[in-house]
Design a binder for this molecule. Structure first.
Ligand SMILES: Nc1ncnc2c1ncn2[C@@H]1O[C@H](COP(=O)(O)OP(=O)(O)OP(=O)(O)O)[C@@H](O)[C@H]1O
Ligand SMILES: [Mg+2]
Length: 247
């Protein structure tokens, strides 16, 4: 569904993404790991359209989207989490998801009054919250949620806005270490159930290895290794650079 060919992005003279090639299949969960400054977020920004590359191509379902706007890409089904900025503070968890669904379907307040959309959207929102393990929190406002549940809600909203491809940049950042796996459990359960292709960016191999079909290691803008989590963890170069193990 997503094919990236020879993608390149520099800032001044600094090459942040260096001739990256990458493919994501339908329903696949791919994680990109790498040290600080490896180019992971830059790559996500190139895929979502917030940055334009200096060279290379991005194909989404066969269409060249390399230079299309972020808005076009969202409409075509590339969603991302936004570090909580898409959560509305003063409405409930349920209404946050409903709002995302209304926006996806282009339903305005007046159309709501005339049509019978409200019940359908509510059912869909409840199904989404159930999948993301947030149903028992549906009547809470966001400040009543734990940091971990906020992160899960953020992804649930990105999902509700409609995605064929979800881009998650450090979905567990800011969450206490002991809660990170719980957050990943909820997110990945829902993603698997819906069959959504997902790209997860993380620092930490431990957090993603149990959840990923494939892991890609970035280092200094390049892809250093790629494969099943257990294969990548055994890669000598990866061990040396990412885990500081020499041997
Ligand atoms: N807008 C920008 N202008 C200049 N340099 C940038 C810009 N964005 C990123 N960089 C540089 O590009 C490199 C890659 O940054 P990027 O944020 O993609 O790394 P990352 O792998 O996401 O790191 P982290 O794990 O810290 O999130 C870094 O050296 C960063 O300083
Ligand atoms: Mg980053």
């Amino acid at each position: 569904m997503l094919i990236i060919k020879d993608l390149k992005k520099s800032f001044g003279g600094f090459v942040a993404v260096d001739h990256v090639n990458l493919q994501i299949q339908q329903g696949e969960i791919v994680s990109i790991i790498g040290t600080n400054g490896a180019g992971k977020t830059t790559l996500v920004n190139l895929i979502s359209g917030f940055l334009k590359p200096d060279g290379g191509t991005i194909l989404f379902y066969g269409n060249d989207i390399t230079y299309t706007s972020p808005y076009t890409r969202i409409k075509e089904g590339i969603g991302r989490s936004f570090q909580l900025i898409q959560i509305f503070e003063n409405i409930t968890v349920l209404d946050n998801v409903r709002t995302a669904l209304f926006s996806k379907y282009g339903i305005t307040q007046s159309a709501l009054r005339h049509a019978n959309h409200f019940g359908d959207v509510t059912s869909e929102a409840i199904r989404i919250l159930d999948n993301f393990n947030l149903l028992d929190k549906k009547e809470l406002v966001p400040k009543g949620l734990s940091e971990g549940d906020l992160k899960v809600l953020d992804v649930a909203i990105a999902f509700a806005l409609k995605s064929n491809l979800l881009l998650l940049d450090e979905p567990t950042s800011g969450v206490a270490t002991q809660d990170k796996f719980k957050v990943m459990d909820s997110i990945v359960f829902a993603i698997r159930k819906e069959g959504i292709s997902t790209l997860i960016i993380e620092h930490d191999m431990d957090i993603v290895s149990g959840y990923s079909d494939r892991v890609i290691v970035m280092h200094e803008g390049k892809i250093m290794a790629e494969g099943k989590p257990e294969e990548v963890m055994e890669n000598r170069e990866v061990k040396a650079n990412l885990f500081g193990i020499l041997g």
